[in-house]
Design a protein around this ligand. Sequence first.
Ligand code: PHB
Length: 399
Amino acid sequence: MKFQSTTFLAMAALGALALGAPQASADAIKIGMISSYSGLNGDIGPVMEKAMKLYIELHKKDLPPGTTVELLTRDDTGPNPDKAKQLAQDLIVRDKVQLLTGVIFTPNALAIAPLATDAKIPFVISNAGTAVITTKSPYIARVSFTLWQSSYPLGTWAAKKFKRAYTMVSDYGPGYDAEEAFTKSFKAGGGEIVGSVRVPVINPDFAPFLQRVKDTKPDALMVFVPAGATATAVMKGFGDIGLKAAGVKLIGPGDITDDQELDNMGDVALGVTTAFHYSDAADRPANKAFIADWKKAYGLVPRPNFVAAASWDSMDAIFYVIREQKGKIDPEKTMDLLKHYKNPNSPRGPIAIDPDTRDIVQNEYLREVRKVDGHYVNVELETIATALKDPWKELNAAK
Ligand code: PHB
């Protein structure tokens, strides 16, 4: 009997090779990746996938002997929690994935959280940035960022430069976090918030909001909108309505100067100052190596942005838990390992997961958009926070 089944497996394997079938074997570890390939930020899903697949290709040799991984990619069509939930359910129940990853949008991550808990499926978040997400399931670890991490130190920095600031954010989770974090530290530093507005997440017409900002004449306008085409629309509107010419300084978390969009934004982005954890122009050796690998695989369109960096790091964390468990994924052990995941040499600098919150710990850099060798890039000027935990959790834990 044993002989028969071994023979059958061997024949099946040979058959698969002969047919050029994918290498994933029946016992490959299946990883479900949910991202946006259509709708808002539909161009970011492919970047996430490219980064994860590049990591897998370059590191599959480091997996335990006989272990392979299979990435199952799904399109959540933008901020669409019902769709995300259904995809996660199918991946868990039908496809029997052992891990979930990806997810650009906060509402989608929140919709998946209870499923991760019920099915005990570790969920490695590689984008969605609202602080509260990691509290919604003990099976979530976040390798990306929180909006508090960028916007809180930004407010502290801005209070030393500007007296009056206006805030404009997308009307959902990460927008509320960016607004609250910036407002808190900007006011603590002596600044005054002279106006705040929340704009629709999908297809906002920025002109009336920007006109109101112009009438108020702040020193600085702090903006959060999802990275991608929405950020480019804000940037163009900011120039068209004359805010740049009027000397208002545009600042924000780095989503508004996403590396991938900078060349579409053009001159209006020059001088925009942001706080963020990743720039493709950073000269850290690990980033240079990442960019070189990306360029060799894909060229430089799209440019590898913060989503690419977080997706690469997410796969590094996933490979770590696979290696440590010798290819057998146990949910509790996986979460224990993720809680202690560290990489001193990520493209964005040193990163770690905070074992108490399962959220990312990383540096924040102050950056300014400049033109270097014909490209618009986020030049890192200084490190404004080192090994920063999510400030929202820190402030709430301290109460
Ligand atoms: C989110 O929905 O959490 C989100 C989306 C896009 C970003 C940042 C955060 O650029």
